[in-house]
Design a protein around this ligand. Structure first.
Ligand code: AMP
Length: 404
């Protein structure tokens, strides 16, 4: 059976999934795995479609020193032990820059254009590109597709895409890109099946995970996002502060003498729920904690989501539905209930029982705005994009070569 490999590579882990193509455009997830601890304590874990463990094995740092090595070990395991030879590979790539509005077939030219965007996403883009480069070198006939976190938001109006800074910086790429686009695109595509009446309307989607953002979607297209130039802006997250007065950064540099690298580390790793609570970046631990600082961090998270929802409702000029997704949005009934209270002025009322059961529709019958819980699936989105480029015949070989 034809299979598609989906790769999501970070600085210290490579996550992968294998899908089988069922022939009619449908896809079935077969394997989910990851190599983590790259460069420190590498470990390959993988499970099958029903959650059955397929692998859990440790490697030496010498065997898996970097992301390309991790990709190669995982690829060899898939091929040699499971006899899986994908017909194409879809990659999550954080930044597509101003021009990529959809996924693209990868060749050397695409890779060099994406390399020019490393400055815009230095913590993610190099790691996303590393397995692409090594697969291109080792399996030049294997079709690869890049799917971007920014692409879904490239439909924003100019007025939403700009900061109030000189145009020269905009021309250089300092724009309000927005991220989590693959998640929002998945939700936008799922909405007609879940709620056909509002799929064409004005919808706020709250992607609340360790990274968190919200997106305003109108007629299936993104019109505004809480994230901007980087994935630091907007909502408070596990370890990132969300919206912050740039004056705070100036204070850290001028008064605390922090160099740029330290400021970067601070903003990506030490702020958000973790920094504010001093307890944890994990919402489950904060909810279980009796520490008043954990309470404050949750209150702040909920409050900022309420404020940002107001902003997005203004961008949409109204609201026809609200959707929760990602780790916190899909699993925490209490956080959803508290956010819904914040949205009461918009006419949101939850059905406590449905919310407790994580039902797809959790709003009360008299809620002016229906509220949904839709589990996101960014990897399936990538697999679908990869398959549809294959089926459209946009790949170099109409019948792609198998890797041997
Ligand atoms: P993600 O990045 O989408 O995997 O989401 C990770 C976040 O979801 C972490 O903050 C987790 O604590 C949170 N999360 C997962 N399950 C639950 C749960 N049952 N209750 C509260 N938070 C949860």
């Amino acid at each position: 059976m034809d299979t598609i490999l989906v790769v999501n590579a970070g600085s210290s882990s490579v996550k992968f999934q294998v899908y089988s193509a069922l022939g009619d455009g449908a896809l079935r997830r077969q394997i989910k795995g990851q190599m983590d601890g790259i460069g420190s304590r590498p470990r390959l874990r993988a499970s099958g479609a029903s959650g059955d463990a397929l692998a859990d094995r440790a490697y030496s740092v010498e065997a898996v020193p970097d992301v390309p090595a991790a990709m190669s070990v995982a690829g060899n395991w898939l091929r040699d032990e499971l006899r899986i030879t994908p017909i194409a590979v879809g990659h999550r790539v954080v930044h597509g820059g101003p021009d990529h509005v959809r996924p693209v077939l990868i060749d050397h030219g695409v890779v060099s254009r994406l390399e020019r965007l490393v400055d815009l996403a230095p913590l993610h883009q190099p790691h996303n590109l590393a397995p692409i480069r090594s697969l291109l070198a080792n399996f030049p006939g294997l079709p690869q597709v890049a799917c971007f976190d920014t692409a879904f938001h490239r439909t924003h109006d100019l007025v939403a895409d700009h900061y109030a800074i000189p145009q020269q910086l905009y021309a250089e790429g300092v724009r309000r890109y927005g991220f989590h686009g693959l998640s929002y695109e998945y939700i936008a595509r799922a909405l007609p099946g879940v709620a056909p009446k509002i799929a064409k309307g004005r919808v706020i989607v709250a992607h609340l995970g360790s990274g968190a953002s919200m997106c305003a979607i109108k007629e299936g297209r993104s019109v505004e996002s809480t994230m901007g130039f980087t994935a630091l802006d907007g909502l408070p997250m596990g370890t990132r502060p969300g919206q912050i007065d740039p004056g705070v950064i100036l204070y850290l540099i001028a008064e605390k003498g922090m160099p740029a690298a330290k400021v970067q580390d601070f903003l990506y790793r030490d702020c958000g729920l973790k920094g504010l609570s001093g307890v944890s970046n994990d919402m489950r631990e904060l909810e279980a904690s009796t520490d008043p600082r954990a309470r404050l961090a949750i209150d702040h998270f909920v409050y900022r989501i309420g404020l940002n929802a107001g902003m997005l409702a203004a961008a949409l000029q109204g609201l026809d539905a609200f959707v929760f997704t990602a780790g916190i949005g899909e699993n925490s009934a209490s956080i959803r209930a508290r956010i819904a209270e914040q949205l009461g002025w918009l006419g949101v009322r939850l059905d406590a029982g449905e919310n407790a059961h994580h039902a797809p529709l959790i709003s009360a019958a008299d809620s002016r705005v229906p509220v949904y819980v839709i589990p996101t699936d960014e990897e399936l989105m990538i697999a679908q994009h990869t398959l549809s480029l294959l089926m459209d015949g946009q790949l170099i070989n109409t019948r792609p070569k198998r890797v041997s």
